[in-house]
Design a binder for this molecule. Structure first.
Ligand SMILES: C[S@@+](CC[C@H](N)C(=O)[O-])C[C@H]1O[C@@H](n2cnc3c(N)ncnc32)[C@H](O)[C@@H]1O
Length: 258
């Protein structure tokens, strides 16, 4: 059994949310691999009401990142994708990139160990390492156009870790697609019972990313994206939340180019 510690456990939450969404009548993401992967995890998480309530937001985030990556891949036949902090996410299967694309799924060692056990055949090259370690990036081809995806990752790094990712993952001409949270969310996330139980927490925000990131080319509110992809009470509640000070920018998806 692989022991997952601290923020490593959080990737089981996103996997469980993907599975839950996929079983809905009108899924937001429709990740058809998540339920099967989750069924083979030894200690699947119980999302409960508090974590489970984030399912539409997390699935809207994944959907927007899938769309952004698909658009980028349509313009780059020969390319490298670094999927940093990949967890057990099946993005490479969902996007099914062409033969000229070298896709690297990168995460900490226990997560990559589990990933290698759960995926029947390797749909990508998996790399175990710390994304803040500069030497990690020697393992990827530097000469091809590069897309770096960091989903649900940067907030778990401290500001120096965010700077290290930006400095070392992004070769000239690269594109970074990453979600980031408002400073107040870093604080509120620490109150979440599941986060406390996992002894995990957010350590940086959009301010830290903006300080070190290259040229911002796109920004989308993931709160707005959730409102438009849900209906009924959920959508109304998210729309009301978006009107509160700091609501719309609580979590944003940003695209940067170097
Ligand atoms: C919230 S999960 C997101 C997983 C996946 N991107 C998804 O959306 O399902 C955060 C992931 O970041 C990984 N992570 C956190 N800090 C890391 C680091 N320093 N190096 C590599 N991976 C890291 C964790 O192990 C975990 O798998």
């Amino acid at each position: 059994m692989v022991e997952l510690r601290h923020e490593q456990r959080t990737m089981l939450w996103t996997l469980a949310m993907h599975a839950h969404d996929a079983a809905a009548e009108r899924p937001i993401l429709g990740d058809r691999y998540a339920a099967d992967l989750l069924a083979r995890v030894e200690d699947p998480p119980d999302l409960g009401v508090s974590l489970g309530g984030n399912t539409p937001l997390i699935c809207a985030r994944a959907k927007l990142i899938d769309d952004a990556a698909r658009t980028w891949l349509a313009r780059h036949d020969e390319a490298v994708v670094l999927h940093l902090g990949c967890g057990l996410d099946s993005r490479v299967l969902r996007l099914d990139p062409g033969p000229g694309v070298q896709w690297f799924d990168v995460d900490q060692e226990p997560v990559i160990d589990l990933r290698r056990r759960l995926y029947a055949s390797e749909p990508s090259t998996t790399v175990a390492g710390d994304v803040t370690d500069p030497s990690l990036y020697d393992r990827f081809p530097a000469e091809l156009p590069r897309l770096v995806i960091a989903e649900g990752l940067l907030m778990y790094l401290d500001p120096a870790g965010v700077a290290a990712v930006v400095d070392h993952a992004l070769t000239p001409g690269s594109t970074l697609v990453a979600d980031t949270v408002a400073p107040w969310v870093t604080w509120v996330a620490g109150l979440q019972p599941a986060m406390r139980a996992a002894d995990a927490g957010f350590r940086s925000s959009s301010v830290d990313l903006a300080r070190v990131a290259p040229h911002l080319v796109d920004e989308l509110s993931l709160v707005d994206a959730t409102a438009t992809r849900t209906s009924g009470l959920t959508s109304t509640a998210v729309r009301v939340f978006a009107l509160l000070p700091g609501g719309r920018d609580a979590m944003v998806l940003q695209t940067y180019e170097r």
